[in-house]
Ligand binder design. Structure first.
Ligand code: ZN
Length: 652
């Protein structure tokens, strides 16, 4: 497909659209039918060709299939290498929107995946022209400069023609509250990059901070990987009524949920979310994916770039992001290859997809730094963007660039870490001997291919302080010697977790998950004592709390003792919950707040009203977004509530 001319009218109240879409494409000689995709709930009134002839078409009989075969009036001449055809589709209806998409009174988001227009390739770069009919007072954008310049049209009628070819036909629309359309603020930066950032979110009092964050992220990515391709960037509030940090990135705009906006800038709350979404402007929006299997170059890369951004702006968040990934990316049994890419979304539950493509995929990028060096990774990304912007590319294309830049064969790396599911064991052994002030040791790599080589960092703790060294491994066993001053008191292998490998935290986490998996069933069967036994085993599986799961386990124990009416024990467990933390700030806050709820309830049952109030007030003082998270606990499974609600009631 080369061009779309789409005239579409929306009736948001009933989720309805009516469209006329002219699709210009090049067909090769001999073609007599073309297979498109269109949302199966849309009714096609007619399909005509450039001569005005009505064309026959077949829709797939498989339920929910978007497939649509259009028969040409006559085949493209066999000797015509590439013939231009324009087909016009007239269709209407209430599309089935199972994903992030929506059409309702609060707004519209139609991604390419909604198949709201006839598509051959959802990520094709095409020229587009739009005429969009909306209710009066609504605003729409496709993220292009043309749409930004069209601005707010009080009539609800928009016509614009983006100058650049785009890899997406996604649209976002929303009703404005100000009759002037001033809900969309334009932030003009007086210096620095040339683009302008719009924040379209009526209820946010001070969208400037968000705009500035977006601007800073765009600037950081631009200086790292190449120019941001658009003059405008819009950040639009969307996903009405949905909780949690949700985002969608399309050329020139990102749609974010209410929670994502509220959490932006709160330490530890999805701090990687906004840089991840904005990184998609480069990958995979400017360099699209050749195949679904190349998803490492989209989700994993966006996650890696988000981590890089956090490393510059919020080191603690960056460290926790890595700690979570090192633990959780190896949690599922069996592991899935990162090389399944975007296919994982259809094949697996979200938590497996997240652990594989986002977390493990991000760690694979970091591991690549230890193999060819960070500067070469950056150089490869710049070259990849330069070479493929405006086109699609594959993991194989990126590998070739890495090999050119590092002058090495990296087949083993891509086969092992992306194609496979094996993960190395890396150990450090101290060896006896050595001269005074000399440390002898060896690094042993197991379950890795013979070509495996990486730069392993070693932190030597001595009586005079800690010193970092790095050792390039060559074979399964790499001996090394280091000069040290003072007495060696300890050695830490890979202290910054730069290499994707098995760690004690990941192993402990796996064991703990196995124990905790049976907890829900035991609790439902009211076998509280047996359930406590299981939590005890889980605690014993990680006595040093390397996996940082103890807070969650103590919380479960507190609840179980509470159900057994052993209030002294329950108070002790909830007391530990208040002292402990996890790798995830929202969880940490949630467990602490709920520990206060349970402690306040116990105090009240004991008749200690002042103590109950004090617990509740201490809970309210946590003052974190997690207090507003709706939860249910097994002791009252039908009751959805928030810690804030419970604490306020208990504080009275
Ligand atoms: Zn993403």
């Amino acid at each position: 497909v080369e061009r779309y001319e789409i005239d579409v009218a929306f009736e948001p109240e009933r989720g309805f659209l009516r469209a006329k879409a002219a699709v210009t494409l090049r067909a090769s000689g001999g073609t007599d039918a073309i297979e498109f995709e269109l949302n199966p709930a849309l009714t096609i009134q007619e399909i005509t060709d450039a001569q005005g002839r009505k064309l026959a078409f077949d829709r797939s009989r498989r339920l929910g299939s978007p497939r649509l075969l259009v028969r040409l009036a006559e085949p493209v001449a066999a000797d015509a290498a590439d013939q231009s055809l324009t087909l016009t589709f007239v269709y209407e209806g209430v599309p089935q929107l199972p994903g992030l998409d929506y059409i309702n009174k609060d707004g519209i988001l139609l991604r390419d995946e909604a198949r709201w227009y006839p598509a051959l390739d959802l990520a094709a770069f095409t020229e587009n022209g739009y005429v969009i009919h909306l209710p009066t007072g609504w605003q729409v954008t496709d993220g292009s400069e043309a749409a930004a310049k069209t601005g707010f049209q009080p009539s609800g009628l928009y016509a614009f023609r983006p100058a650049r070819r785009s890899s997406s036909r996604s649209l976002v629309a929303f009703p404005t509250r100000e009759p002037s359309g001033k809900d969309c603020l334009l932030l003009r930066m007086s210096h620095g990059p040339e683009y302008e950032v719009m924040a379209c979110m009526p209820w946010v009092q001070q969208p400037q901070r968000l705009q500035e964050d977006v601007h800073r992220i765009l600037g950081a990515l631009e200086s790292a990987f190449g120019k941001y391709p658009s003059r405008y960037f819009s950040i639009v509030l969307g996903f009405p009524g949905q909780r949690g940090a949700i985002g969608y990135s399309a050329p020139g705009f990102v749609v974010v949920s209410e929670d994502a906006v509220k959490w932006q800038g709160v330490r530890g709350y999805s701090s990687e979310f906004l840089p991840h979404e904005i990184a998609h402007q480069w990958f995979p929006i400017e360099v699209t994916l050749a195949r679904q299997e190349d998803g490492w170059l989209a989700e994993s890369l966006a996650e890696y770039l988000a981590w890089r951004y956090l490393q510059e702006t919020s080191l603690l968040d960056a460290k926790k992001m890595v700690a979570r990934a090192m633990r959780d990316s190896l949690a599922h049994e069996p592991l899935r290859p990162v090389g399944l890419g975007l296919r994982l979304f259809g094949l697996e539950e979200w938590d497996v997809t997240y652990a594989t493509l986002y977390q493990r995929g991000m760690l694979v990028w970091r591991t690549l730094e230890t193999v060819i060096g960070r500067q070469r990774v950056d150089a490869a990304l710049r070259e990849y963007y330069k070479r493929f912007a405006g086109r699609s590319a594959s993991v194989a294309n990126f590998r070739k660039i890495c090999e050119e830049i590092s002058e090495r064969d990296l087949g083993w790396f891509f086969d092992y870490y992306i194609g496979g599911t094996r993960t190395p064991e890396i150990e450090l052994h101290r060896l006896p001997g050595g001269a005074p002030g000399e440390l002898l040791g060896e690094i042993v790599v197991r379950d890795a291919p013979p070509e495996f080589t990486a730069r392993v960092e070693v932190r030597i703790h001595t009586t005079t302080g800690a010193v970092d060294h790095s050792v390039a491994t060559r074979d399964a066993v790499t001996p090394f010697s280091l000069n040290v001053s003072g007495q060696v008191t300890g050695i830490t292998l890979d202290p910054d977790a730069r290499i994707l490998r098995w760690t004690e935290a990941a192993r402990s986490n796996r064991r703990q998950r196995q124990w905790m998996a049976s907890l829900g069933a035991l609790e439902r069967a009211r076998q509280f004592t047996e359930a406590l036994e299981v939590t005890q085993r889980a605690l014993e599986a990680d006595p040093q709390d390397l996996a940082a799961n103890e807070q969650q386990i103590r919380f479960a124990r507190g609840r179980l003792y509470d159900r057994l009416r052993q209030y002294t024990r329950a108070m002790q467990e909830f007391g530990r919950v208040l002292e402990l933390s996890s790798h995830d700030q929202p969880s940490t806050d949630l467990f602490r707040a709920w520990a206060r709820v349970y402690r306040a309830r116990i105090e009240r049952r004991r008749g200690n009203m002042a103590a109950a109030q004090a617990e509740a007030n201490a809970g309210i003082a946590i003052n974190a977004p997690a207090l507003d998270t709706e939860v249910t606990w097994p002791d009252s499974p039908e009751k959805k509530t928030t810690a804030a609600q419970e604490l306020r009631a208990l504080a009275k």
